[in-house]
Ligand binder design. Structure first.
Ligand SMILES: [Zn+2]
Length: 66
């Protein structure tokens, strides 16, 4: 059984909880542990969304399909 886990955000240094449910979700997807707290992740997402496409060519992180 998983347990909630305290992780430290690499970005802002805040401690955040990586819940058991999230751990299971991450594991089932084959993701490794998050390095940023939710706030920072949301911020990044928002920034990315603002930039739209244009910044990085391909690989915007979608399976867009054809
Ligand atoms: Zn953070």
């Amino acid at each position: 059984m998983s347990q909630d886990k305290d992780l430290t955000c690499k970005e802002c240094g805040e401690t955040f909880v990586f819940t058991a449910g999230e751990q299971e979700f991450f594991q089932s997807r084959g993701f490794s542990e998050p390095i940023r707290c939710k706030t920072c992740r949301d911020k990044r997402k928002a920034e990315k969304a603002e930039q739209g496409f244009g910044g990085g060519g391909f690989g915007g992180g979608g399976r867009r399909g054809w």
